[in-house]
Design a protein around this ligand. Sequence first.
Ligand code: MUC
Ligand code: MG
Length: 382
Amino acid sequence: ASSPQVRIEAIEAILVDLPTIRPHKLAMTVMHGQTLVIVRLHCSDGTIGIGETTSIGGLAYGEQSPESVKLAIDRYITPLLVGEDASAVQAAMQRVGKQVQGNSHAKCAVETALLDALGHRLGLPVHALLGGTAQTSLPVLWTLASGDAARDVDEGLSLIEQRRHNVFKLKVGRRPVAEDVAHVAAIRKGLGDAIQLTIDVNQAWNEAQAMEGMAAMQELGIMLVEQPIHGRNRRAMARLSARFDVPLMADEGFNDAMDAYEIAQLGAADILALKTAKAGGLAAVLKAATVGEAAGLGLYGGTMLEGTIGSIASAHAFAAGPAMYWGTELFGPLLLKDDIVQQRPVYRDFALQMPAGPGLGLALDLDKLAHYRRDPDRVRPV
Ligand code: MUC
Ligand code: MG
């Protein structure tokens, strides 16, 4: 019998190196650029889906690097998917899930490309494939992370003036606690009490430092404290959550629905930083959100500092899921000096505006892709 199905024909994973607009200082690394893993998924009907994933500072944030993502896709995921039904996204991802443990970033980029291709085939945006949405924009904060308080205040004031952001995340944990507290206090003073601030420690404190730091941040009126201590130390996270009124948000200590379940059982956090790359895709991040919501946890739309494709993919998922009471941080494209899509995303009135159109609503700029890709010999002609 003949099969009318549209099949997956080929999957390309392309490393793209882009410069950042300024150094981005986190507790564990300083970023001067970002590497995007861009996926182009070719289907037998001629549609090409696009997807993206990133890491932060190579292997500084987590266990998956851009290079390991590319290897997982090229060597393990692609052979499982070539010839499969391109429209049966869940079936394809279940097939991958059986044979490939972990590697959530690679799965995320491939699932995104499958959804983008399906959206183009059906003439529907990705959020509609995920159940549809009422939200056409998502509030987005900005991270002030130059390391210099005066420069951060200037940057913040100018962004408030432009109505681009009015909530800011500060990166701490590189310096002694008292110095970080002084840094945060200086920025609070410079931006004014009406502006909400969060801090992200990226796991840098031990429990004693976290007790000192969280007490001081609570005193300063900080909105939430993100991952103050190692993410695997859930008992300590639970002790800190119980001790302080300032909400504790799990980031490195939370990836997927199973983590949400355990965090809820232990009381290890008040808020979950949802990231498509950590969860293993758009469907998986919504599953984690649903578990968190059912358990009474707060939800926040996080980023792995993806470029436009990855950030917009996250936006489609977040807009289709439960309300993000704590907002989102989908500002990744704004940290990059240049882009590889034809239209850069629109940030207006402190929010990311959802693009219109089928799939992700994006198109690659093939000249820019050729310019920034690491292995220019392997471009597949369109
Ligand atoms: C992180 O740990 O949250 C997200 C925003 C930002 O500035 O850094 C990332 C990573
Ligand atoms: Mg974080």
